[in-house]
Each structure stands twice: as C-alpha cells, then as structure tokens.
Design a protein around this ligand. Structure first.
Ligand code: GLN
Length: 442
C-alpha cells in the first residue's frame, strides 16, 4: 500500500475516489499516528472483558497531557526542546491506568512546560475553546480539558502547579481535580515546580473524575512525597451531614462572583449547609508568593535540558514565557538574593498554609470562583501581570497542598464558568462526595 504519510491530501482524494484507499484505512492510519498501540490494546482488553477479567477502566479512552511520560509516545511538553523526545518509560500514573485496562488514546497540547494559563504558549500553536473557537480554553492543561469537553476522549490527565487543571476545566465547562499534594505520584511527570505539581483527572462528570483518581492515587516507592496512606481514606470517604461552607471575599468579575454565590446559596439550602462569608487575609499575596517559587524550581528542573541528553538546549529554542522563568529563576536563586525573594516566598507560603488550615478547623469546604475572569481572545495581548492574575484563586490550593476541584456552575454569554471547592489536606474523598452533590443540584 502507498505510504499515507507521504501522499498529499489532493492525491489521497484521487486514491479514495479510485477505490485504492478506503476512508476507514485513512482514519485508521491517523489513529495509528496518534497512538499506534491503542487499537491493539483495545482488542486485548475486549478479550479480557469477555473473560470477565478486565480492570476498573477497561476500554475507556484517556487523553494524557504532553508532560507525562507514556512509553513510545512523544512527551514534548509542547516545546521544541523535546520535539522529538519519545518516552522510554511509563509514568506511575500511566502504569496504574494500564493495570486497570484504561487506554491512552493520545497526547494533548499544553502551554510550553506547563508555563501559562491560556494554552497559547505551546510551540505547536494554541488550542481552541470548543465552546467559542476564538477564545482561549485556559491552560496549561489546555488540550486535556478540550479533549474531554469536545468528547475526543472519555477522561484525561492534566497537571496542576497553580491551577492548570482547574483553570481550563472552568473555561471548557468540565470537571478538573487537583488532588492533595502527595496523593498522586509525580514519577514520570516532567516538572514545572516539584513542590507544587500534582497530576489529576479531568472528566465530564464528578464520578468519572473520581474513578480515575481512585486508580492513580496511592503510595509510590518512586515518589517519596506519596509516602502516606491517606488515599485509602479518600477512596472510602462519604458526604458529611450539614457541611459548613466558607465563602471568601474575592476579587473577580462581578458576573462570575454572582453566578457562584447564587448557586452556593442554592446548594446550601438543598444540603442544609451553613454558609459564612469570610476573608482570607493573605489571599492577595498568593500570586506574588507562587511565582518566585515556580521560577526557582523551574530553573532548577530545566538544567537537564542542556542539549546533551534530551533534545535541544532549552535556552536556544524555548518561547518567551519559559525563558522569562529560566532567567528569573537564575536571578532569584543567586546567593546574594537568597533571603530577598526565595526565602520570603517560602515564609509567605507557610503563612498562607497556616491561615487556610485554621479556616478548615471551622469549615468543611471553601467555595469560590475557579478563575476570576472570562477567557480572552486567542492572540489578544495581555501583560504578564494580567496573565498571572488568572491564577489568583487557584494557586492557594497548591501553596497549601490542599485538594481542590472545579465544576461547571454557569454560563456567561455562552462561556462556561467553573466553581472551585477546596477541602482540608487529604480530604480528597469528602471533596469528591460534596462536589457530586453540588453537581446533582446544579
Ligand atoms: N498559570 C500558572 C503558571 O503559569 C499555573 C501553571 C500550572 O498549573 N501548570 O505557572
């Protein structure tokens, strides 16, 4: 047969019309390109299903963000640095998915090295919002949220350092979960910022996200931060009666605030929850605390991309946002500045963590918008500050290692808006149970 990779579309049409190529063959060819093993795996799993030996995800199609290693696929982090990098191994989360017979359908676009909130920093071009093609879908797990929203997969994996799962989930009208730090192994995730990153599920329904979470959560010898047994508790947790909800004052688009508040009061009535409006004193420090930490940890993580072992030297090919962080990180981490930025950021992080822990002594959940504003048009020029402000409500959970979920709450001018729920550390199971209740009511 002809080599389909070499034939132009016009030539291909002639072959199709002459009956020398079938449409089915052509589409199968592309499925093979996306993931050469997927169909083979599906056939093997069908056999297991018939024999009654199949796992918890048997036959489901799962899209995976391009910063998670899947053996044989291209974990390029949407960067020219790793353009041709083929993963030689599976991340622990992928092993877990395979064990339960889930099928990786393909790798998704993202902001370059997960640096971004819009999906626009990908070296391969922006991802479009499936609800309004001219708008950003959010980021950095842009492709994973879109894959789920546009029904290109059953489920998806993203990574969340400061909101990268919840933010695109919010803009795309799907469910996105950032687990407690340490719930899910980071082994095989290409780091943005190792003390903040967590892999998590994106799905169309809360229960679907929980299904994938249950599979990927757990202790992993290869990631020392997972050394605790909280995941079993999380798997079993049920909804508490009469939950106490904290509704913090936030800076956000008025329409978004109203949409979230109205719905929270509605939910509260249904579940007989008690709502208190609160103030988070350190909320305005969150973005300023987050970025120095990310810059320094990212700078350190990128030192391996020196062009010798993996792909190209990052400084030579990366886009402006990645370079800004590498430069910034190298400056901030210079010995003479140590006390000035990095240690201060660590101290501020501790304050934020303490404050949130205190809130969770009194409340079961904090509810607020996921993203403070509606998505902008692809290509619209935003200042760095404006871009970073997208993260102002999501970074809190990462800084304090808390679990957080975004579920669709409303549409404003046809654009989906997400509501964010946070729970106490390792309260992931309770969070899922409550989010499910909210989803039913909404
Ligand atoms: N937008 C944030 C950043 O650029 C979050 C990224 C993420 O969570 N990966 O750092």
């Amino acid at each position: 047969m002809v080599n389909l990779a070499k034939v132009s579309a016009v030539e291909k049409l002639k072959l199709l019309q002459a009956g020398e190529l079938t449409a089915e063959e052509n589409i199968e060819f592309f499925l093979q390109q996306i993931n050469p093993n997927a169909l083979e795996q599906a056939k093997a799993i069908d056999r297991k299903l018939r024999e009654g030996k199949a796992g918890k995800l048997a036959g489901l199609a799962i899209a995976v963000k391009a910063n998670i290693n899947v053996r044989g696929l291209n974990a390029n982090c949407a960067s020219l640095t790793l353009k041709d990098y083929i993963s030689p191994y599976d991340a622990s989360v992928i092993e877990a998915i395979r064990r339960e017979d889930g099928i990786v359908i393909g790798i998704t676009n993202m902001d370059e090295f997960a640096c971004g909130s819009s999906g626009e920093t990908s070296a391969f071009g922006p991802t479009k919002n499936p609800h309004r093609h001219e708008l950003i879908p959010g980021g950095s797990s842009s492709g994973s949220a879109v894959a789920v929203a546009a029904c290109l997969s059953d489920l998806a994996l993203g990574s969340d350092t400061g909101g990268s799962i919840r933010n695109p989930a919010s803009h795309c009208g799907v469910v996105g979960v950032k687990p407690s730090y340490g719930m899910v192994s980071r082994y095989g995730l290409i780091d943005l910022s190792m003390s903040l990153d967590q892999i998590g599920p994106i799905a169309r329904h809360v229960d679907d996200a929980r299904l994938l979470f249950d599979v990927i959560a757990g202790k992993d010898e290869r990631d020392a931060t997972t050394l605790h047994d909280k995941h079993d508790e999380a798997r079993k947790a049920r909804l508490a009666k009469r939950p106490k909800i904290a509704l913090p004052v936030v800076q956000a688009d008025e329409k978004i605030i109203t949409a979230v508040q109205e719905n929270v009061y509605r939910i509260a009535q249904e579940v007989e929850a008690e709502i208190s409006e609160i103030k988070i004193d350190h909320i305005d420090l969150a973005v300023q605390t987050y970025y120095p930490l990310v810059y320094v940890e990212f700078f350190s993580a990128t030192r391996r991309f020196d062009g010798r072992r993996y792909g190209e030297r990052i400084e030579e090919v990366a886009g402006p946002e990645v370079l800004r962080r590498i430069l910034g990180g190298s400056e901030i981490s210079k010995a003479e500045y140590a006390g000035r930025y990095y240690r201060r950021a660590l101290a501020a992080r501790a304050l934020i963590r303490q404050e949130l822990d205190k809130i969770f002594e009194k409340f079961d959940f904090i509810i607020m918008p996921t993203v403070p504003r509606l998505p902008h048009k692809i290509g619209q020029a935003l200042s760095v500050e404006e871009m970073y402000a997208y993260d102002s409500l999501t970074v809190l959970a990462n800084l304090a290692e808390l679990p957080a979920i975004s579920i669709p709450v409303a549409k404003i001018n046809g654009i989906p808006v997400g509501m964010q729920i946070l729970a106490s550390r390792y309260g992931d199971g309770r969070l899922f149970a409550f989010a499910k209740r909210c989803e039913e009511i909404l």
